[in-house]
Design a protein around this ligand. Structure first.
Ligand code: NAP
Length: 470
């Protein structure tokens, strides 16, 4: 895959890059390792000042950054601006909360026959981050902010179609004051990931991307005995029960499916609707989806921009065609428009069956699959009947049903009467083939920490071990 910026709204390639040589990669890893030794000796307060400075830069340069993101991967300018704002918020969150998340945790000293015992969280070294293009700033920031605050350094291998955003991120952390090498962008193709992850100076990896990339990185990391966090695909269920507020559910369903032009891992993709309200919900959803305006992502009136790549659009259309050829019904959309750019209309497909690709595959575009069920148990069976387990949504005003959904949905999160969203305050991640490990919250920060047990016996000076510099 060439490392290049190609505008998905026009199909025109605007800028191409030569991949880094083996020597350049080695030098970047060396800088990351040296920077790690420096960074781990700084205080949390100092790192917090740098991270807050990064947030200031993001806020000051929001429009320019958003324009670049829209040009590289086609999200609407409005959503790109919102993404920049969210990133600044996450930087401020970790700058403010890191001291609490990394504080020593006292243990029961008497039970372990110590005078003092506690747990300390320490950085582990350079971490490789392999990231996707769909939220080109946020996916990286949600790794980088906690990692840098913990004292780790980052090596970013971003998706090949967002090289300018990738370089902007390296520049951002440098300008914010972090030491040279604390955060480095590697302009490399996916074939070079093995070289980086096999290097003994690189201590761990995080990937946000497809199942295939997850398997490949987990294999290398397994061989090298390195920790990984994997945030992979999803085909989130959105269950609508008879007591739901149908109007609101259909409104949120439309946003949940079409946000980011339908290319979000946590987008609701399978709409599982109780038969008592199926027809009413289907009608509302199809009406809402048809009303969305598809077009130039820079235009403030546009709701849905182009898909990020021609291959991505072809794949979505092939999945829809496969369903239709096997007997599914299209309620709206289903045909890409003629003309330049990789646009795909908001589409609703029903009468789905297990032999259709859409039943079991993730659809990475604005296509909603509708499933009719006749009971709570059947809803759970269809919702959990997938290899994925990232997010999930349930719509019901029945408090008992709400409890049951929270317990029974097999996913990394359950949002009741709302849309799955990521917040720095809440852990984020999946189960089954959606990956493992967690990002965000205190848990995300500790994924790349050495959880060190400290046991102190008799004879420790009172101001000795445990007088934490930070
Ligand atoms: P992708 O093809 O897996 O690409 C993601 C990143 O992995 C890119 O940097 C890519 O590099 C790299 N990559 C691809 N194959 C690789 C391999 N075999 N070894 C090492 N690196 C490899 O995914 P995508 O199609 O761009 O993104 C969409 C997928 O990401 C969807 O499945 C979506 O659900 C998932 N996703 C998950 C989350 C989450 O938080 N769980 C969030 C967003 C997206 P190149 O660009 O150079 O190929």
């Amino acid at each position: 895959m060439p490392i290049a910026t190609t505008n998905p709204a026009t199909g025109r390639t605007l800028k191409s890059y030569e991949p880094m040589s083996a020597e350049q990669i080695d030098a970047a890893i060396e800088r990351a390792d040296l920077a790690y030794r420096q960074l781990r000796g700084t205080t949390i307060a100092q790192r917090g000042r740098w991270l807050n400075a990064a947030a200031d830069l993001l806020e000051a340069e929001r429009d320019e950054i958003a324009r670049l993101m829209t040009t590289e991967m086609g999200k609407t300018y409005a959503s790109a601006r919102a993404e920049v704002t969210k990133c600044a918020g996450a930087c401020r969150f970790y700058a403010a909360r890191a001291a609490e998340f990394l504080a020593d945790e006292p243990a029961d000293a008497e039970a372990v026959k110590a005078t003092r015992a506690f747990v300390r969280y320490q950085p582990i070294g350079p971490v490789l981050a392999v990231m996707p293009w769909n939220f080109p700033l946020w996916q990286v920031l949600r790794f980088a902010a906690p990692a840098l605050m913990a004292g780790n350094t980052g090596l970013l291998k971003h998706a090949s179609n967002v090289p300018q955003t990738a370089l902007l991120l390296e520049d951002l952390f440098r300008r914010a004051g972090f030491p040279e090498g604390a955060f480095t962008t590697l302009l490399i193709g996916s074939a070079e990931v093995e070289r980086v992850l096999s290097d003994p100076r690189v201590r761990a990896a995080t990937l946000t991307g497809s199942e295939g990339a997850g398997r490949s990185i987990a294999q290398i990391a397994g061989r090298e005995l390195k920790k990984t966090v994997l945030e992979l695909g999803g085909s989130d269920p959105f269950v609508v029960m008879p007591s739901a507020d149908l109007e609101r559910a259909a409104e949120v369903a439309t946003t949940a499916r079409c946000q980011n032009n339908g290319q979000s891992c946590i987008a609701a993709k399978r709409f599982i609707v109780h038969t008592d309200v199926f027809d009413a919900f289907a009608e509302k959803l199809a009406a809402n989806m048809s009303a969305l305006r598809v077009g130039d992502p820079m235009d403030p009136d546009t709701d849905v921009g182009p898909l990020a790549s021609e291959g991505g659009r072809d794949e979505v259309h092939a999945q829809v065609r496969d369903a239709v050829d096997r007997g599914a019904t299209v309620l709206c959309g289903g045909e890409p428009p003629a003309g330049p750019g990789w646009f795909y209309p908001p589409t609703v497909v029903t009468d789905l069956r297990p032999e259709m690709r859409m039943w079991s595959e993730e659809v990475f575009g604005p296509v909603a699959g509708l499933y009719r069920v006749s009971s709570y148990d059947e809803a759970i069976e269809v919702a959990n009947g997938t290899s994925f387990g990232l997010g999930s949504n349930a719509w019901t005003r029945d408090p008992q049903e709400q409890e049951r959904f929270a317990a029974d949905l097999d996913a990394g999160n359950v949002f009741v009467n709302g849309m799955t969203t990521s917040y720095p305050e809440l852990p984020f991640g999946g189960v089954k083939n959606s990956g493992y490990g967690r990002e965000l919250s205190a848990l995300g920060m500790r994924e790349f920490c050495n959880t060190k047990t400290v046991w102190v016996g008799e004879g420790a000076a009172s101001a000795g071990v445990g007088a934490h510099a930070e």
